[in-house]
Design a protein around this ligand. Structure first.
Ligand code: B12
Ligand code: SF4
Length: 367
């Protein structure tokens, strides 16, 4: 008779195989206890006000710090990662072309929340079926699946479960996959064997990510002031974009990848095999004026099932107006500038005061 311990070993290796079959690239298991260094890091971050208007980071602090309260009875976290980088996009070239829009590589295709949640559920179902088989249909496990939006310190757990180390840019980095991947997890009460945590930080003396950040959002290694991060400014914040940061945003209209693009470990990043992450509506190579021309109905239609929806139409126009202002201040071709001026003027009478103000700022950049 196999011991309960070896049952769990066998189950863990089955879970690993199922995870790969379901399109995850790696899986690791950690105990639920959180290294208090992570909690201290979070508390310091909140105390510094680095979360800006992301009130949920503050109000749900306790759930993040005490995950036992999130899923009563759970003792393990199965952490998973899924690559999302698309092969044939040319991010660096795009960032240099001020007439085109740059959107974060993660946001070009289908919303990962939906895709990953479904896969996690399938993984949980397989585990349930396996346990039911082993116990003549009598047993089940208490679990919950999460990706991104739950109050879970995902990078901390991914680090605990051996998926990588936390880099100076605060990304989870993996020696054979860089950082172009999402993280997700399954909380469970099954006493699965724990994997060794990533033992080392491999950033060394490199500070490429800290140096390249267009808005100097890092106050030091491992310290990100989100209020200056273009990802926060273009996706999370509903406020006017601070004047002193606008010219630094270039053509980045939804998120930012600079601190990943520059990371040497991303030479080892693998391209995703998920066709759902393929770019929609030519978002990987499209003129700013075309996107600015979308009506609200077009925006809602074109962003159905896409992470871009999160920003909302008003922020979308605000962000593109800034990028068009930067185009007008650049050495772009005169016809491109004329098109930008026309596009901006065409929306100058919008009801949104926020958008109007950004349009007026953009037009002032034309000299
Ligand atoms: C809020 C948030 C943001 C905010 C704040 C980012 C931040 N660095 O905190 C904003 C909007 C700016 C943002 C931007 C981005 N995000 Co974001 N974001 C989150 C979210 C929802 C919470 C992150 C969090 O808890 N922040 C609080 C601070 C304190 O945490 P932290 O900096 O990560 O530090 C923690 C640990 O890393 C650790 N730590 C950090 N440094 C050190 C050093 C030492 C010595 C120790 C011991 C511990 C330690 O302590 C902290 C507590 O665990 C997570 C999803 C989730 N539920 O976790 C996604 C998440 C982190 N984001 C993700 C992504 C992809 C991005 C972007 C690349 C998107 C884009 N292209 O625009 C950028 C990257 C910017 C960056 N350099 O971080 C992925 C990251 C995947 C990965 N490989 O790491 C996540 C995990 C979502 C997911 N499920 O895949 N994000
Ligand atoms: S995502 Fe861009 S703006 Fe944000 S920290 Fe990284 S390089 Fe800076």
């Amino acid at each position: 008779m196999p011991s309960p311990e070896s049952d769990m070993d066998q189950l863990a290796s089955k879970i690993r195989n199922w995870a790969l079959e379901l399109g995850f690239q790696q899986m690791g298991i950690a105990a639920l206890d959180l290294d208090q260094q992570h909690v201290q890091h979070l508390d310091q971050w909140l105390e510094n006000g680095f979360h800006g208007d992301m009130g949920y980071m503050e109000t749900r602090r306790d759930l993040r710090a005490e995950p036992q309260t999130l899923v009563p009875g759970a003792t393990r976290i199965i952490s998973l990662r899924m690559d999302y980088l698309i092969g044939d996009t040319q991010p660096i070239k795009l960032l240099k072309d001020s007439s085109k829009a740059y959107l974060s590589r993660y946001a070009l295709g289908r919303d990962y929340h939906k895709l990953i949640r479904k896969r996690l559920q399938k993984l949980a179902d397989k585990i349930s079926a396996e346990i039911a088989d082993a116990h003549s249909g009598q047993a089940d496990h208490n679990y919950r699946v999460f990706v991104d939006s739950a109050p879970v310190l995902e990078r901390a757990y991914a680090n605990h479960s051996g998926l990588g180390w936390i880099g100076k840019n605060t990304m989870l980095l993996n020696r054979s996959a860089g950082s172009w991947f999402f993280i997700a997890e399954l909380f469970t009460d099954l006493p699965l064997p724990i994997d060794p945590p990533e033992p080392k930080n491999h950033c060394g003396n490199c500070s490429a990510c800290l140096d390249i950040c267009p808005t100097q959002a890092f106050t030091g290694p491992y310290q990100l002031d989100a209020r200056r991060c273009i990802s926060y400014l273009t996706i999370e914040s509903k406020a006017p974009i601070p004047l002193e940061l606008r010219s630094k945003m270039g053509n980045r209209i939804f998120g930012c990848d600079d601190c990943q693009l520059t990371c040497p470990w991303n030479r080892f990043a693998k391209h995703t095999g998920e066709s759902d992450f393929s770019p929609r509506h030519q978002l990987d190579n499209i003129e700013l004026v075309k996107l600015f021309g979308w009506t609200e109905q077009q925006f809602l239609k074109n962003t159905e099932g896409s992470p871009i929806r999160r920003a909302g139409y008003e922020s979308w126009l605000r962000n593109i107006a800034v990028a068009l202002g930067n185009l007008l201040a650049s050495d772009a071709r005169e016809p491109d500038k004329q098109q930008a001026v026309q596009a901006l003027k065409g929306k100058q009478s919008t009801d949104s005061e926020l958008v109007r103000e950004h349009i007026n700022w953009a037009l002032q950049q034309y000299s």
